[in-house]
Design a binder for this molecule. Structure first.
Ligand SMILES: NC(=O)c1ccc[n+]([C@@H]2O[C@H](COP(=O)([O-])OP(=O)(O)OC[C@H]3O[C@@H](n4cnc5c(N)ncnc54)[C@H](O)[C@@H]3O)[C@@H](O)[C@H]2O)c1
Length: 357
């Protein structure tokens, strides 16, 4: 019989509740077994779901029934909780952002190497259908060589109150959403990041970035533009990608969008100025409709409609059982962390930071 694993959860807030319900819904051979949270109300909520609770985190770590620990507390304590768990002989799945600095992540990696425990990070958005669809279309060459990828996540409700608005606790949108969107691009593009330019905005919360614009340049010249907004009353498409032979746009999380591909270059240029809705211009005059092909995009059956946490847990277990190399590694998270640090530096100094990440 395949081994079943007991998961101890430290920090039983909103996200841990999602882990709990997904683990209950899908057979991943992992039982949400126990909880420690500094908030007694959350411990009570865990007991009501039938989970064991402890008087301290140490008590959880001393419980031999616990095989693995989910670190889902606020960001500033990920490092100390992950290190303690690995030192106690538990494998760790840590919520994103893995830590709030690359120095903290280095400490985690040292302990991982000393203890030989498996350490992974819940970068669950690598399997989001919108990202998978965009990546597949680009990698199939449907728009030719890509040279700009714009990735945006925008809303107008501001940021949730609480720790996300406090710098010391790892608040701000760069660490919250930026970490996902940077991870997606760095996972897709097998090139170094050679330049980082960022502008952070603090519209509602002065202490942290509640909106930002980030420009990454990859070594092959590709530009990644990432924008996260919490004050956008009109939103952009989720993805907008320029390729040398076409343009891709995915409008929303349901993957509605299209590709417009060039079938025939516009080679006929009128000798005289052309009067268009854009005024007198040849460049921006409308092209002949038959010179392009439209391909409608939608959520595709081909794209695995997996529960995204399921993928992360399956990969985690495969690495523990040594049936596959670990998919989401601290080394990958380190590169993302270094890009975020370069972004903070870029904003503080008002310059593009040259990098080799
Ligand atoms: N992967 C994703 O898509 C995703 C989505 C949301 C949140 N998250 C991450 O999950 C983590 C938790 O976020 P959340 O939205 O659930 O926050 P939350 O505020 O709802 O929950 C955090 C919980 O941690 C507890 N806590 C804080 N310090 C602790 C400590 N030292 N020991 C034990 N418990 C402690 C708090 O009491 C609280 O119950 C964050 O790192 C966040 O970035 C990830």
């Amino acid at each position: 019989m395949e081994k079943q694993y007991n998961l101890g959860i430290v920090g039983f807030g909103g996200m841990a509740g999602y882990h709990y319900s997904e683990l209950k819904k899908f057979d991943l051979r992992i039982t949400p077994y126990s909880v420690f949270d500094v908030n007694e109300e959350r411990m009570q909520a865990a007991r009501e779901k039938g989970m064991k609770t402890y008087a301290s985190f140490d008590e959880m770590l001393n419980d031999p029934a616990v095989d693995m620990v989910l670190v889902s507390a606020t960001n500033e304590v990920h490092k100390e909780l992950s290190i303690a768990a690995m030192r106690a002989g538990k494998h760790v799945i840590c919520e994103k952002p893995v830590t709030i600095s690359s120095a903290q992540l280095e400490e985690i990696m040292r302990v991982r190497d000393e203890t030989g425990m498996v350490f992974t990070i819940d970068q669950n958005r690598r399997v989001n259908p919108d990202f998978v669809l965009m990546r597949q279309c680009v990698e199939k060459g449907l728009i030719g060589k890509p040279y700009v990828i714009e990735s945006r996540v925008e809303g107008s409700r501001g940021m949730p109150r609480g720790w996300r608005t406090i710098k010391q606790l790892g608040g701000g949108m760069m660490l919250d959403w930026g970490v996902h969107l940077i991870d997606q691009l760095m996972y897709m593009i097998n090139e170094k990041v050679v330049s980082v330019y960022c502008k952070l905005y603090s519209i509602e919360y002065k202490e942290v970035d509640d909106n930002f614009t980030l420009l990454l340049t990859f070594a092959n010249g590709l530009t990644g533009m990432i924008e996260v907004g919490t004050n956008n009353y009109i939103t952009h498409p989720r993805w907008y990608v320029l390729g040398e032979a076409g343009t891709l746009q995915i409008n929303d999380w349901d993957c509605n969008g299209e590709i417009v591909r060039c079938v025939e270059k516009e080679s006929e240029w009128e000798p005289e100025i052309v009067y268009t809705k854009a005024g007198p211009t040849k460049t921006m005059a409308p092209r002949r409709p038959e010179s392009v092909e439209h391909i409608a995009l939608s959520s595709s059956e081909e794209i695995e409609r997996d529960n995204n946490l399921g993928t992360v847990y399956r990969q985690f277990v495969a690495a523990i059982e040594k049936t596959a190399p670990l998919a989401i590694t601290a080394e990958q998270a380190m590169r993302v962390m270094q890009v975020m640090e370069a972004a903070f530096e870029s904003d503080a100094r008002g310059i593009a930071v040259q990098t080799n990440i």
